[in-house]
Design a protein around this ligand. Sequence first.
Ligand SMILES: *Cc1c(COP(=O)(O)O)cnc(C)c1O
Length: 395
Amino acid sequence: MKIYADNAATTKMSKKAIEAMLPYLEEYYGNPSSLYSIGQEAKEALEKARAIVAKTIHADPKEIYFTSGGSEADNQAIRSAAAIGKKNGKMHIISDAIEHHAVLHTLKKLEEEGFEVTYLPANENGIVRTEDVENAIREDTCLVTIMYANNEIGTIQPIEEIGRICREKKVLFHTDAVQVVGHLPIDVEAQNIDMLSASAHKFHGPKGTGFLYVKKGIRLTNLIEGGAQERGKRAGTENVAGIVAMAAALEEEAAAIPEHTKKLSALRDKLIAGLKEIPHSALNGDAEKRLPSNVNFCFEGIEGESLLLLLDDKGISASSGSACTSGSLDPSHVLLAIGRVHDVAHGSLRLSLGDDATEEEVDYMIDAVKEVVAYLRGFSPIWRDLTEGKREFIL
Ligand SMILES: *Cc1c(COP(=O)(O)O)cnc(C)c1O
């Protein structure tokens, strides 16, 4: 059996997205800034895509800026809020410890440039507390940036309440919603969101395309200077085919949210219940406030890397930590932030289900993980120490 269970890292493009893309590669390949008809066809397609994207998050098309993906959108949102803050003498930013590196590394740079950043903790379930946000806001706070849902442990933050507090205190609120757009309903107006980042390849669109929503009246800072594309805020000839495909993917996914949520939550809970039977294991993240597709576990006494390789042999594509940190030996900053110690954090496994996941696949994954964990523990020196009482079990 072949199972792709790494949909939080990237997703397969949908048939609709591929079909939507082709005419803009083969026929309407003109530059949208040019005046002849094949250019104008491209321009129209771009604006149609903008309208579709805007509608799915209840925004105005003028509030959508196309980017190269989630990372660029995060960078631009944070840099723009920082620039506004600096102009007004406000150089304090609030974020949290479990953000994606696109946010964390941008904030690091801003710290080097003189900004002060408060990193709020996440509780042991991976939730950032609204009261902490409220208490952290100061006179000189220019931005609160809290992700909508975590890419590793799937926890969903109280975005609407955080947004309400930011609005009350007149502080800009950005959310990295890359894991949520196309997967859960979003209403930027009702949820008090000023800026929101999204990426097409996380919802069955192509890689290298995404968007940033920016509420009217907020001044964007360019990351890329050049032509007047994207109302002068993001230079460079638009990735027309990619953007058209993104809109097609999003339209299809957004319409299927209720159906996917129902189906995936049930499969997720079955998978969690199955993996919980493994002794000395623990679910990472909140059991309820959780993306319908996300399962993340720690298994004591094993190494995540070996687990992944053996699962790959069984046809399962999974992940340990995030794709960006795998390959390095540092355990996930997210797992450490929710209180997992290094050794335990090393033995982590993320299975992120796709829309087409089946019960049969879930059964297969439960059996495979049980078997591989038992096998690896069989020759793990740490496991031997644990079972011989030379070390104490943590889980
Ligand atoms: C994937 C991801 C990103 C980065 O998006 P790209 O389009 O790959 O640049 C940012 N934030 C989160 C939460 C993600 O999951």
